[in-house]
Each structure stands twice: as structure tokens, then as C-alpha cells.
Design a protein around this ligand. Structure first.
Ligand SMILES: [Zn+2]
Length: 179
């Protein structure tokens, strides 16, 4: 009957709105957690934040570590939990998802821009391509933009970065490796 349908709609809508609001709030709280190794990047920028969902009153946040065995990940899980608590979520769960493995392809364009501004060359190319595995020829310098750069070492300040140097401005820089 039309009357019944009419009565039910506002209720459904309110429920839907409430869920939507809670999801947005949880996603914002979790997404704003920064990477301890690259503090300018949030886990949202990195694509480490995979999913935020609710099972009843329990909010579950799924994160995928950037590099397996990355010691930063325990810290990130703890920070996500704290952020959710601060946002008012009493029941929460942080789940690590290892498959599919994280790839630099998940990094947002905003994240790459932030990396560059921070002085770290963002990953170039797609991780899925074979070429990316064996080094990219051209990593533009994050300081001056020159393509006249060379790799100094496979490892930079952390395992996920390589140390490069610019031949134009002579500045060394970290390159966030493409994986
Ligand atoms: Zn340069």
C-alpha cells in the first residue's frame, strides 16, 4: 500500500544517512593517519587504507602494508586504532590484508605531489610493467625537475627508497621505488 511505502522511506533514509555519516567519519579518522617513514603522506595518500566497513557497531579498517615486514606497519595499525577511538568509535578492529600486495600504483596523485614537494621523487611508471622492476631510466629531480639524474644506491634512507643524485642541481634525493 502506498501509505506504508511512504512511511518507511524516511526511516530508511535516516538509517542510511547515519551509516553514511559514520563511514565518512571513520574513513576520515583512519585516512588521516600519516606514514611514520614519510610523515607528509597519509595512509589514504599511500593507498594503504583499503577499506572501512561496519559490522553492526564494530568499525573495521583494512590496511595493506606497503612493504612486507615493514616495521612501520604495527605503528600504523596502532595509530589507526587510536584515531578511531578519538573519533568516538568504541568498537573497532584493524585488519591487515596482505593479498593483493600493496603497489605504488595505489598511491594517489595528491600523494605523489606531496612527495615531490617534500623532496622525494615519487614512483615513476606503473608497477605492473616489467620495466619498472629493473629500474626506470629517467627519474626527474624533485628539486629542480631536471631529468639529468643518476642512481647512487639501491637503498636510500629506508628500504623502500633508493638514493639518487641530480647532475643539474647536484642535490641528492630519495626515490620512492616503484613496486
Ligand atoms: Zn635537480
Amino acid at each position: 500500500m502506498a501509505e506504508i511505502i511512504h512511511l518507511r522511506e524516511p526511516v530508511d533514509e535516516r538509517l542510511h544517512e547515519r551509516l553514511h555519516e559514520r563511514l565518512a567519519r571513520a574513513r576520515e579518522a583512519a585516512g588521516n593517519v600519516v606514514d611514520p617513514e614519510v610523515p607528509v603522506l597519509t595512509i589514504e595518500d599511500l593507498g594503504v587504507l583499503r577499506e572501512v566497513r561496519f559490522a553492526g557497531e564494530v568499525v573495521e579498517v583494512v590496511i595493506t602494508p606497503t612493504y612486507s615486514g615493514c616495521p612501520a606497519m604495527d605503528l600504523i595499525a596502532l595509530q589507526v586504532d587510536l584515531a578511531l577511538e578519538k573519533a568516538g568509535f568504541a568498537s573497532r578492529k584493524v585488519t591487515l590484508s596482505l593479498s593483493p600486495a600493496w603497489t605504488t600504483d595505489w598511491m594517489s596523485e595528491a600523494g605523489k605531489e606531496k612527495l615531490r614537494a617534500y623532496g622525494i621523487a615519487p614512483p615513476v611508471g606503473r608497477a605492473k610493467g616489467r620495466g619498472a622492476l629493473f629500474g626506470v631510466d629517467e627519474i626527474p629531480c624533485p628539486h629542480c625537475g631536471s631529468a639529468e639524474t643518476e642512481r647512487v644506491s639501491e637503498f636510500g634512507s629506508t628500504a623502500c627508497k633508493a638514493l639518487w643524485r641530480c647532475r643539474a642541481c647536484r642535490e641528492p634525493f630519495d626515490y620512492f621505488k616503484c613496486i
